[in-house]
Write a protein that binds this ligand. Structure first.
Ligand SMILES: CC(C)(COP(=O)(O)OP(=O)(O)OC[C@H]1O[C@@H](n2cnc3c(N)ncnc32)[C@H](O)[C@@H]1OP(=O)(O)O)[C@@H](O)C(=O)NCCC(=O)NCCS
Length: 180
């Protein structure tokens, strides 16, 4: 388990799957804003890679996020698009609605940075998010990510085009444990 201050990142357990499906992926608004594609329901028992982890898939590492105090599931996190030539990857995360706004997002990004930079030896991490997702932007910036660009009207989200922000963090600029 990867440990932050308040949350840990562990492997996906079977018990996590119905909770993540009901509270994250059945939520049309949250999914439409987070997924970069049209929402569609996930059938119970499906092997959708957002829920069921394929340990042979080398390009991404999904985690379940739990509270360190008690072990309650609070969300999901992933290092994806792992490129071992350019030594880069992307970060994604989603917290259950009742677990947002408690500082967990900032903590999850910190744990993913530790995994990317220390465990995997990567040189660059990237996050893409909607320009109005202030909680995600702040969670990233607290860990040293900087805004590198805006993709204007790049995301079709429930009837309108929205801007996306690209944030990047290089290993040499990362200060482990710092909350900026
Ligand atoms: C985005 C997300 C991961 C952030 O995690 P979080 O635990 O809610 O965020 P934190 O509590 O760590 O807060 C981080 C910062 O955002 C601010 N913030 C939190 N919610 C906010 C909101 N609704 N509006 C504006 N700012 C907000 C906090 O005040 C904090 O900033 P501060 O320390 O400068 O005050 C979480 O809200 C989430 O899962 N949202 C839904 C899914 C999603 O958007 N995923 C990302 C897709 S790219």
């Amino acid at each position: 388990m990867l440990r932050g201050d308040k949350v840990g990142l562990r492997a996906r357990h079977d018990d996590d799957i119905p909770i993540l499906r009901a509270e994250l992926y059945d939520d049309v608004v949250n999914s439409s804003r987070s997924e970069g594609g049209p929402w569609r329901p996930i059938t119970p028992g499906s092997k959708d890679p957002r829920l069921v982890v394929d340990d042979k898939e080398q390009g991404s590492v999904p985690f379940s996020v739990v509270e360190l105090d008690g072990g309650t599931l609070v969300g999901t996190a992933v290092l994806w698009g792992i490129d071992n030539h350019n030594r880069s990857a992307h970060i994604g995360l989603g917290l259950l609605p009742s677990s947002r706004g408690k500082g967990y997002g900032t903590d999850v990004v910190a744990a993913l940075c530790h995994y990317g930079f220390v465990v995997r030896g990567l040189q660059r991490l990237q996050i893409e998010t909607l320009s109005d997702n202030h909680a995600m932007l702040r969670s990233a910036e607290h860990n040293g990510f900087v805004r590198e660009g805006v993709l204007r009207s790049s995301a079709w989200v429930l009837g309108e085009f929205l801007d996306e922000v690209i944030l990047g963090l290089l290993a040499q600029d990362w200060k482990q444990g710092a909350k900026l």
